[in-house]
Design a protein around this ligand. Sequence first.
Ligand SMILES: Cc1cc2nc3c(=O)[nH]c(=O)nc-3n(C[C@H](O)[C@H](O)[C@H](O)COP(=O)(O)OP(=O)(O)OC[C@H]3O[C@@H](n4cnc5c(N)ncnc54)[C@H](O)[C@@H]3O)c2cc1C
Ligand code: FES
Length: 510
Amino acid sequence: MPMHQVARLADMREDRGLEVTLNDKPILLLRAGGQVRAFQGKCPHAGAPLAKGAVCHGRLICPWHKAAFRAEDGALCEPPALDSLERYHVEVRGDEVWIDDQPLPDEKIPPADDPRTFVIIGAGAAGIACAAALREKGFGGRIQLIDREPEAGYDRTVLSKYVLAGDMAVEQTPPLRDETYFTQQRIERRHGQVTGLDADARRIHLADGQALAYDALLIATGAEPKTLDVPGIDLPQVMMLRSLADTRQILDRARPGQQAVIIGDSFIAMEVASSLRKREMSVTVLARHPVPFAAQFGDSVGNAILARHRANGVVYHSEGEAARIEGAGKVEAVVLDNGQRFAADLVIVGVGVRPATEPFANLPREKDASLRVDDGMRVTDGVWAVGDIATFPLNGQPRRIEHWRLAQQQARIAATNMLGGEEHYLDVPFFWTYHFGKRYDYLGHAEQWDEVQFKGTPEHPPFIALLGKDGLVAAVVACDEGRAMAALAQRMKQPLPVDEAWRLVRDFSS
Ligand SMILES: Cc1cc2nc3c(=O)[nH]c(=O)nc-3n(C[C@H](O)[C@H](O)[C@H](O)COP(=O)(O)OP(=O)(O)OC[C@H]3O[C@@H](n4cnc5c(N)ncnc54)[C@H](O)[C@@H]3O)c2cc1C
Ligand code: FES
């Protein structure tokens, strides 16, 4: 066992890890429960340096997208990571920390000893997280994972950010899992469109006429972009963005110097604006709100992000609604209901999404077509639903939230409950958005607040804004404050007074 001295105990803190390098590999050292632990140094999700995260309530939380791992053994607690951390053998000799240079073996493939079949519809964020969690939790039965997209199972969050901007090639879009994983874990992937469900008979129907029986079913079909009911919407240069195929279509038509008009000021619309500017297109956003994201982030942060867009050349126009798209066989302009005309070579519609639940019309659906679930993500006997299609109880209120990590958190809960467990959603929603090189993190879900307090200013990150209601933190938005946000992600699981949150921010910002 080749052991190497890598650190001194005196250099290690309780509230964060310490990164050391061994054979050119970053390794994270942690003090957990009086013991020293060693794990891989980079987050298995997207490679964040875990030493910049926080250790809080026995968990290590990633600074980027808030995946959480048990500090004691690196076990995965919360997505978007799908794997536990690689562990290394540690010895403490006096004040010296020594570690083995090879990770400990970690074989986790449950034996095929269960006669049940679990079917998952949708191999997106939630579907893949559920399949992975089922195996992680020891399910040895059959898992069938069905998706209508031939390439399903990739990180769609990068599409509007790095891929459209040209920072990542389309073919580098990260798969959530590679083919070896599916083979090793006996997860059967199937390309097909689900068209119907008979919940009494525990059977789903596919467009090719086949039917599949299940013992437990997860519906994770996500959302589809809303379109606009205006003349010209069918012109070939009018596009929406949800999938890899959509991204390819946009890239095929986007040329530097051309004029892109983006209808809508949703997160995706504004991310597309940022990315197309990077491609040296002229970009006009036809917005529905005078300030983007004010409803989620508050006016000050929304205005700061708007200023960032304007400083980078985006034209943001918020008067009037798109009434028609003009062009004879090719887009020429978008015309508003007040008569204003915006020349366009390319139009991207980013006005929100609706749940993709048509095949499940015989289940009770909400007005917005989503499926209502309980706090264990259960729809009815043998059926669970998660992610963008699910309306679930959040702090006692029915909510539908379109966030990547939340879809995966719900999927892990559904996996536990499909196996007969009793887990409930008691977590803190989190999402991120990316504009002109800056990632903005948001924790919580505030529809109203009565105070906003800042550390730093949103115009000049780093900053943190606490949105408070009745003295408690309702939500937090921040930029370049990864460690403090990591600690808050854990601490906000319980009601958190605003002044206590500031103490935490102070402790973890340093
Ligand atoms: C461009 C873009 C950028 C985003 N960026 C962020 C971000 O930065 N941060 C964030 O938190 N969230 C982001 N989101 C939102 C996030 O991607 C979603 O909330 C998340 O993907 C929801 O997961 P899901 O599993 O419910 O749905 P999805 O990931 O959409 O997966 C659903 C899958 O179901 C399949 N499907 C649908 N209907 C059927 C059917 N009838 N039969 C078979 N298969 C079917 C679809 O093909 C799809 O693969 C972004 C979304 C987009 C589109
Ligand atoms: S890099 Fe760690 S959660 Fe994304």
